[in-house]
Write a protein that binds this ligand. Structure first.
Ligand SMILES: Cc1cc2nc3c(=O)[nH]c(=O)nc-3n(C[C@H](O)[C@H](O)[C@H](O)COP(=O)(O)OP(=O)(O)OC[C@H]3O[C@@H](n4cnc5c(N)ncnc54)[C@H](O)[C@@H]3O)c2cc1C
Length: 398
């Protein structure tokens, strides 16, 4: 994105601060949909990512507990939206983005730097004279910046500085996911290029798809409480206990029973959290993006896509406003806050529909799904997948 900002009146120097080393080959997987891939294509990364780092996922199948499709369809994403949906291991996506940032020049990545606190500074006007934001890191060290973009996730330190320490914490949705990466691609159970979502009666859901050379599965289950960290299960005993839990919860779901027995290289337990939408994402010289601004549960696989949209719109707003920060941040929030709320509301509705308990309601859901897809050739995803950050900024009234 740094390249996109070269036309601004003042040269832009971008610094990224990350608490980890950024190189760990850990974590699960995720899908990026056409709306997220469109942002990456503007960085010239789409084909490399789709072809080398991930697996293009053209077919979606909603399946019964035994794995037989209720309905399956080709999304025709490239044809309809100009970009594919792609499954990734998270670390491969991170590596590709890191390499692209470093190759482009003008971006300095500081790893092993954990932000401890932040003074939001001022853009001038009613807050007094302009003053840069100041970031303070654990172990000493500070940095001042004219603009800080807080994309430090669910438990964002930047958000606390923007929204205040008395804001309620993220809300636990009542669901936990066990996510695993299998040691081989398991193509006999999970066909290449296809996302399988298994829905049955009850508050549980299972999904699996290819993420390049590996296969990922996830099992979503209701739990009274769960940690919000991505807890990688370190020992074989922990992984075996999680596997047994999944097999008990999904007893009789034959695809689950076969896939979950396969050897895994990574298994993670993560609670699912969100937040109610808020009316402002910025304070002084600081603005929020990604999960720090609006965490989205994974039911529609959109949190990461939304984070990419945030980034695309922020860059577009800075360009359109010729680097005028108050104007650009106002435009960014005007475009992004309602869009994030729409994605959250649809995600919550999707969760409710897939977790129906009553057998009659389950039967009706499956029938409606089948009928809808048969008549329309897919799900109503246009509003989500066709979102174009450049167009949104260009068409916004100032
Ligand atoms: C089970 C599950 C499945 C999902 N599947 C999908 C999917 O298929 N598709 C999709 O689009 N989305 C998916 N999501 C959502 C997606 O993972 C998030 O929305 C996305 O990762 C948000 O990106 P982010 O950069 O805002 O935050 P994060 O990915 O949380 O990144 C935050 C970064 O900030 C760093 N950081 C945090 N605090 C500090 C600090 N104090 N100082 C310095 N660095 C710090 C962290 O180390 C991390 O690198 C899923 C989520 C879950 C829980």
């Amino acid at each position: 994105m740094r390249r996109e900002l070269t036309d601004l009146p003042r040269p832009v120097d971008v610094h990224v601060f990350e608490q980890t080393s950024g190189t760990a080959m850990n974590g699960g997987g995720l899908t990026l949909a056409p709306n997220g891939m469109r942002v990456l294509s503007r960085l010239g990364l789409e084909e490399q990512l789709a072809g080398q780092a991930g697996e293009e996922l053209a077919e979606f199948a909603f399946c019964r507990p035994d794995g037989s499709p209720i309905v399956s369809f080709n999304t025709r994403a490239r044809e309809r939206y100009g970009h594919p949906a792609v499954g990734f291991r998270r670390f491969r996506l991170r590596q590709a983005l890191l390499a692209a940032a470093q190759a482009g020049g003008g971006v300095t990545v500081h790893t092993g730097q954990r932000l401890a606190s932040l003074d939001c500074g001022s853009l001038g006007g009613a807050d007094g004279p302009p003053r840069p934001a100041v970031l303070s890191f654990e172990g000493g060290g500070s940095f001042s910046a004219d603009l800080v973009v807080g994309c430090d996730g669910l438990r964002s330190v930047v958000r606390t500085a923007v929204r205040g320490a008395d804001e309620p914490p993220p809300r636990y949705t009542g669901f936990e996911e066990v996510v695993a990466i299998t040691r081989d691609r398991c193509a006999d159970l999970v066909p290449p290029g296809r996302v399988n979502i298994l829905v049955g009666p009850g508050e549980r859901q299972f999904g699996c798809y290819g993420v390049g050379p590996d296969c990922m599965w996830f099992a979503s289950q209701r739990r009274p409480a769960s940690p919000d960290s991505w807890g990688t299960l370190q020992t074989e005993e922990e992984r075996e206990a999680a596997r047994r839990e999944v097999l008990t919860e999904f007893k009789g779901w034959s695809l689950v029973e076969r896939l979950v027995q396969r050897e895994v290289s990574v298994m993670i337990r993560v609670g699912i959290f969100d937040r109610e939408p808020v009316e402002a994402w910025s304070r002084g010289c600081v603005v929020l993006a990604g999960d720090a601004a609006s965490p989205i549960p994974p039911n529609l696989g959109q949190g990461g896509n939304k984070a990419l949209e945030d980034a695309g719109v922020l860059v577009g707003a800075l360009k359109r406003c010729n680097g005028d920060l108050p104007q650009a941040l106002a435009l960014y929030q005007r475009l992004r806050i309602p869009r994030a709320a729409d994605i959250l509301n649809n995600t919550r509705a999707g969760g409710t529909i897939s977790n129906l308990e009553n057998p009659v309601a389950v039967w009706a859901r499956d029938m409606v799904l089948k009928l809808f897809v048969t008549l329309n050739g897919g799900l109503p995803l246009g509003w989500l997948w066709s979102y174009d950050t450049e167009r949104a900024v260009r068409e916004a009234r100032m």
